[in-house]
Design a protein around this ligand. Structure first.
Ligand SMILES: Nc1nc2c(ncn2[C@@H]2O[C@H](COP(=O)(O)OP(=O)(O)OP(=O)(O)O)[C@@H](O)[C@H]2O)c(=O)[nH]1
Ligand SMILES: [Mg+2]
Length: 314
């Protein structure tokens, strides 16, 4: 299951208490010899590149780190509390719900951030009475995932997005002859000299920005891509207005976020093996200056050229 938002509560460890301890020295005088309390454990959120969803966090919402150990006599310092590590996929944005501020955008493989610091250990009874350890920080956080893919595939439902991603990459999503087969984003890797991460998002339709179909909710997952594949089903081309599907979808992108239109698009025309699609292709080409990539994911036509174009543009 794909989950791209989660709310969690984190509580860092309390500092250990300082020790109140006395000893008599050789002259019989009582002197303090308590030890410091240990620091409480921190809460750390870090990227695990093997994860692609926040599902684990929707099952477990409360996280706490270990408290620091208490100080001992003979100036023995308390042990540090163990940190609590929370693993998230690359592309996770952390928002502090207390202040509504962005804490961090964890977009790269090695990224990590301390979201709650453990409390300081309490002082020992040297010169003053021993102190209790400080409380650890507590926060309520919202985590939002914006996938980090190089290429995003957009297109109408049933246009062949899942079939294409399964031809280009290592993923095998469900493919079926009805719209909205794909309900959540699908991530795949195109293996090569440099690996390219590719993402299919569920199909868009006219008025998606008003919530039609599955709405534009999943568009946030292509905001970070370098390149879009705009997939159009040649068998559905309207002869009178061959660009209508293409223009409608771009309008939806614009209404969601104008910046999405600045992304480079590779226009891919699918199902070239079906009857009458060669004619539809010529209608489409006659109306547009940009280069187009006609393909058949079924018989493999055009797939190598498309793969090469992706490698050259990412
Ligand atoms: N003839 C032919 N059929 C294709 C081709 N590509 C996909 N199809 C068929 O088109 C239908 C839809 O394919 P999908 O890959 O599931 O399409 P999608 O865009 O992912 O659909 P949604 O996830 O529902 O939005 C399936 O029946 C596929 O077999 C193609 O190149 N040629
Ligand atoms: Mg699909």
């Amino acid at each position: 299951m794909f989950v791209d938002t989660a709310k969690i509560y984190v509580k860092a460890g309390k500092g250990g208490n300082g020790c109140d301890s006395w000893v008599r020295n050789r002259r019989g005088k009582k002197v303090p010899n308590g030890g410091l309390g240990g620091k409480g454990g921190d809460i750390i959120i870090r990227v695990d590149i093997n994860l692609t969803t926040l599902i684990d966090l929707s099952y477990q919402q409360h996280y706490s780190a270990e408290k620091g150990g208490g100080g001992g006599s003979n100036e023995k310092q308390g042990g540090r509390g163990r940190n609590c590590l929370i693993n998230v996929p690359a592309g996770t944005i952390i928002i502090d719900l207390g202040t509504n501020c962005l804490l961090r955008d964890l977009s790269k493989a090695e990224d990590e951030v301390i979201v709650a610091y453990g409390g300081k250990g309490g002082c020992a009874n040297i010169n003053k009475p021993a102190e209790q350890g400080e409380a650890g920080e507590e926060r309520e956080l919202r985590l939002d995932l914006k996938l980090v893919a190089d290429v995003g595939i957009i297109g109408y439902p049933n246009s062949g997005k899942s079939t294409l991603i399964s031809k280009l990459s290592n993923v095998k999503p469900k493919i079926a002859a009805y719209p909205f087969t794909t309900l959540k984003p699908v991530l795949g890797v195109i293996k090569g000299k440099k690996n390219i991460v590719i993402c299919e998002i569920p199909g868009l339709i006219k008025n998606a920005h008003q919530g039609k179909g599955l709405g534009t909710f999943f568009l946030r997952h292509i905001e970070r891509t370098k390149l879009l594949i705009h997939l159009i089903d040649l068998s559905q081309i309207n002869q009178e207005d061959p660009l209508s599907a293409f223009n409608t979808l771009n309008k939806e992108l614009e209404l969601y976020n104008k910046d999405l239109l600045d992304k480079k698009q590779i226009i891919v025309l699918s199902k070239l093996d079906l009857p009458q699609t060669k004619q539809a292709l010529s209608f489409f080409k006659a109306r547009i200056k940009s280069k187009v990539y006609p393909i058949s994911a079924l018989n493999g036509e055009g797939i190598d050229e498309l793969r090469e174009a992706l490698v050259n543009n990412v």
